[in-house]
Design a protein around this ligand. Structure first.
Ligand code: SF4
Length: 484
């Protein structure tokens, strides 16, 4: 029987759902009883496409060119990853800031009728001539997928023509998944197939793969590396700001872990199957409890349980008085949280450190892992709303306006226009993780609450694109199906 391999489409996991409006208590109960089914929206307002996640995951790799085999519009939101790449360079002390080398094949009506192969070949030729890169990534799109351009066969043919450049096709056609984290999986599947190729290399004792998405700031990278180095390990930080050489070192590692719960989680399973690398997949290290859990997870895989307990004790001694001070500023404040699956649940746990009250949580997917987090949150917080949505700002603003939180933590653009104090946790620019990140984030939330002037002015001078009547309606009225 043929070997069953993970397809890279997150919806393929049984029980994982991605459109729902509920409460913490109800979703926990319904999920346990098996009553949640995959739903849809009769109106939806822009999803984040998985192609951008495949691009963002790799965009800071050295000596690389990124070819989007798509119409021009598909790379529109790559600006977000470009911005993070530029800021990341500045934070790393790079003086001459570069843009990523991004080429779009510009599929048009003619290509849809006659095929886009010629355009793709021309783009690869141009990339090699202009940049002589070590790596070219070719990103599929809805258009190239629908017209059936065989990017694997074209890449394999071009590889013979350009043997000094590794050509890696990535199947991240936007229509395949509504869960944008599928784009990370598509990128890692391609890395395994075209770069690592299941070839085993000599193991290096004490080497740990630390996977991190673009939204992790340089300060967070340093904090996580600091914590791992206290355990006496060498860190292979990938794929952000890394290189072909660092990617090729992945199979030499003694263990793997990830900073994000939905980044490289599937890839770490593959690494265990194909290269015998055990891994730790626990939580995102935001807040004291989660940081401890994350730290203990990787220490266990490395057989360093005793060492980690000593370090945790020291770290707690250091930060607890500082956390207590922040708590005095934040206790009792009502919070709405919005973020990716890993970060929103982690941030919700963080607010316990500061004695805040969770009143709303928006996150893209719900599955077994989310259920564990919700069970924990339900023990502490009562009656919070749960919105399972990939983006959908119209639902978010309706909820935020109704719930009137004191603070909003997450992607802030929409809530800020309502005049609510906001703190970004996904911008990749500021510390959020580990023991030091917790202190920075706590102070930042408290500073926003003491000085909400900017968002208040913003709300007076900007308008959200919804009629007043929308705010009177059920925020989840467009969700169809989903429950039995
Ligand atoms: S790949 Fe598809 S979903 Fe993604 S941006 Fe292009 S058209 Fe939109």
């Amino acid at each position: 029987m043929a070997e069953v391999k993970y397809s890279g489409v997150r919806e393929s996991h049984p029980g994982r759902i991605n459109d729902l409006g509920s409460t913490g208590a109800k979703v926990e109960q319904d999920y346990r009883k098996g009553c949640l089914k995959r739903a849809d929206r009769s109106f939806s307002q822009g999803l984040q496409c998985q192609q951008i996640n495949s691009m963002a995951a790799l965009m800071s790799l050295e000596d690389s060119v990124f070819i989007s085999h798509s119409p021009q519009g598909c790379v529109g939101c790559s600006i977000m990853a470009v911005d993070m790449y530029r800021v990341g360079q500045a934070h790393r002390g790079i003086k001459k800031i570069k843009n990523p080398r991004l080429i779009v094949t510009n599929l048009d009506q003619k290509s849809v009728v006659f095929g886009g192969e010629t355009k793709l070949r021309e783009a690869v030729e141009l990339a090699v001539k202009r940049y002589s890169p070590k790596l070219i990534f070719i990103y599929a799109s809805c258009a190239s997928g629908i017209i059936g351009d065989d990017i694997d066969a074209i890449s394999s043919d071009l590889q013979k023509q350009y043997p000094d450049t590794l050509i890696v096709p990535i199947h991240c056609e936007g229509f395949k998944s509504k869960i944008c984290a599928s784009g990370f999986d598509a990128a890692f599947i391609a890395i395994n197939k075209y770069i690592l190729k299941r070839e085993k290399i000599e193991k290096q004792k004490g080497l740990v793969n630390l996977f991190a998405p673009t939204t992790v700031s340089y300060a967070d990278q340093k904090e996580m590396e600091r914590m791992l180095k206290l355990l006496g390990v060498e860190v292979n930080y990938i794929p952000f700001y890394s290189s072909l050489e660092k990617i090729k070192r992945i199979p030499a590692a003694e263990a793997s872990t990830s900073i994000c719960k939905v980044f490289a989680d599937e890839f770490m399973k593959t690494l265990e199957e194909d290269y015998d690398i055990p891994y730790s997949h626990t939580v995102m290290p935001i807040g004291v409890r989660n940081t401890d859990k994350w730290y203990r997870g990787i220490a266990k895989v490395l057989g360093k349980e005793d060492e980690v307990e000593e370090i945790i004790e020291q770290e707690h001694k250091r930060i607890e008085p500082l956390v207590a001070k922040i708590r005095q500023r934040l206790e009792g404040k009502r919070v709405f949280i919005c973020g990716g699956t890993g970060r929103s649940f982690a941030a919700a746990a963080l607010i316990d450190d500061f004695g805040m009250e969770l009143i709303g949580l928006e996150t893209p997917t719900y599955d077994d892992d989310a259920q564990v987090d919700i069970e924990y949150l339900n023990k502490i917080h009562k009656n919070f709303v749960v919105d399972i949505a990939n983006m959908q700002p119209f639902e978010q603003v309706n909820l935020v306006k109704k719930l009137k939180p004191d603070a909003f933590i997450g992607v802030p653009e929409w809530a800020a226009k309502l005049g609510i104090p906001t703190t970004h946790v996904l911008d990749g620019k500021r510390p959020t993780m580990g023991y030091d990140g917790l202190l920075f984030l706590g102070n930042k939330i408290a500073d926003q609450l003491s000085n909400p002037g900017f968002n208040k002015k913003l709300s007076k001078h900007s308008r959200l694109p919804y009629k007043d009547s929308w705010y009177e309606q059920d925020p989840f009225k467009f969700i169809t199906g989903g429950q039995e």
